[in-house]
Design a protein. Sequence first.
Length: 48
Amino acid sequence: MGNVDECVAQLQAHIDTGVDRLIFVPYKYEKEQVEIVAKEIIPRLRAG
């Protein structure tokens, strides 16, 4: 939970330990949250 930068940092910490699969569950199941994950968070995680 948090803003985009905070979410990326939290998730990257898991990836850095060797996690290779993540399941995203929106906090409130709002369309905006899903879009932010898809358009901002996942691309940043893929970029490393």
